[in-house]
Write a protein that binds this ligand. Sequence first.
Ligand SMILES: *Cc1c(COP(=O)(O)O)cnc(C)c1O
Ligand SMILES: [Zn+2]
Length: 620
Amino acid sequence: MVTLSLWNLKKEFYKLRCVSCGSIVPEKDSVSVCPACGEALNVEFDPAAFKKRIDKEFKKTAPISAQKYLPFFPLDKSARIVSLDEGGTPLIKIEKISRELKQPNLFIKHEGMNPTGVFKDRGSLVEISKALELKAKAVVVASTGNMAASVSAYSAIAGLPCYVLIPENTPLGKLAQAMSYGARILSIRGTYADCCRLAEEMAYKYNFYLAGDYVFRSEGQKTIAFEIVEQLGWRVPDVVVVPVGCGTNLAAIRKGFVEFKKLGFIKKLPKIIAVQPSGCSTVVAAFQNGLRKAPFVAHPETICSAVGIGRPLDDLKALAAIRDSGGSAVAVSDSDVAAAQKKLGEIEAIFVEPSAALSLAAVKRLRTKRILKKSDTVVLIATGAGLKDPKSILATHPTPPAVEPDISEVDRFLKYKLYAIRSAGFAERKKTLFKKLPTLARLRTTIKKEFAADLKNTHLAEIRSAIETFITKGKIVAKADLQNLVEEALGDLTYEKKVMRVRDYELQIQQKKRPSAKVVIEFQGKKLKAESRGVGPVDAVISAIRKALDQKSPLSEQLVDFEVFVDADGTDATTEVKMKLEDSRKNYVVATANSPDIITAAIAAFEKGYNILYWKGQKS
Ligand SMILES: *Cc1c(COP(=O)(O)O)cnc(C)c1O
Ligand SMILES: [Zn+2]
């Protein structure tokens, strides 16, 4: 924490004005929205006082960082500055992608390099410093995840309790961050809009400082524009492309450029372009239809969770910024976003979350629509880091095959080029591949064509028999389902031959009794039967299989863990069961199986896990 003692200017060098009705709002009345009309506020500086302050305090030659721009912030001279050393993020010329897109001057401003992995840290610097200045006793914030992580980090530094309201399915990385910063988290069964409303009510009722996409945040985030200008050698790009949720950041970036121009640091202003996912294109729809306010989207549907915001708080500001700058607004599909995210990682080693890839995803469309010229210098804002939402990458890439620690397994990995297997990607996940059982030959060509994988006959036979279950249950096999089955087969690299197979089962389920199961298994070519009850149908079947095995099996296998994931990766038709088996020598196996029904998937996972564990036991 830094204490500022450098400002000797009179306090009233700025005021808050409503962007809609024009009312001047005293800070003690509201730090969020206009009490009169509910619209966003804007910081307006007294031009003379502002210039004097910058002339006196701003050191143009200092290295970039958000704190370099302290004189640009509406903070009191005695303010304690709550900082984690945010800003100063790299501006990267992405040469290879530039060549591919025939857009020679393409830059990424990598905001994922901020302390909590998102540009919001710049805003939190000003906002939480302001909360201290206003003697807040606690902070409350609604968030899709990143705001929660950032605000709780800065609250932790400030020593303020931070209440966080997030929708239930918030990406894990972001939730983990907020937890680690000691936030008091409430998970809301609703959308981000519900969280926002509740946070406002909490702030009002308990007199907490309402943090979020409000007026002081913009002041910190405008430093993105300052840094871009400095990093380009005090030049202005032609275009800046910004992913938009609430629109706060886009409007803040525009404000930064405008302030630099007013001070005479730059001569022109860039066009500002908004990008949103087509599943939640509020600001884009308003721009394209010439509306003043963005239409409400009740159910945002997109992998870009950070911008899945149905009611953007700063729509008026963002729309004005886009129009005044001569910019534009475009929507892109989730599959284009996933492709851009993948490209940034694989070609430029920049790992971002889906929302942050929106700006790159838009470039092609912007070229086609002639909004971008080839000669333009373009800065793409990459808003947040990839580790915040690891599931988004896991879902679009094949799961790596698991093998025994043995060089012959590595040989096979290389021989079959298992590293080069393509995934179903995003666009093709639901593409129907089989409505009836394919021949082995057809299955082989399909797998080669769709996934670039060349599998052994034993693997193909396993996959084919799994497909048979789908078909028998009246389900089609989509591309994502086949991907799961291929990945499953690769998990079987280990063993050549199954010693155990489940041949048949029968289940009895009655309302008032524990379920019972009869099974027929084959162990080393011998048929074995057993019967068992269980707490549930899956438990009954697995217990029966283990009982049958007990008659002959040398392996006193022990099922130490059992997890069931429904529809983890495949289509709606798939249930994925993951099971961990451990033997008495502490060898363990994690086996996964996919099937339309949970019992079949559980049996397949157990069968696979057992067989791998058996061969492991033979070797060790
Ligand atoms: C918050 C956020 C955005 C959207 O910014 P707004 O100011 O709400 O428009 C975009 N990307 C990421 C990663 C974010 O966290
Ligand atoms: Zn107003």
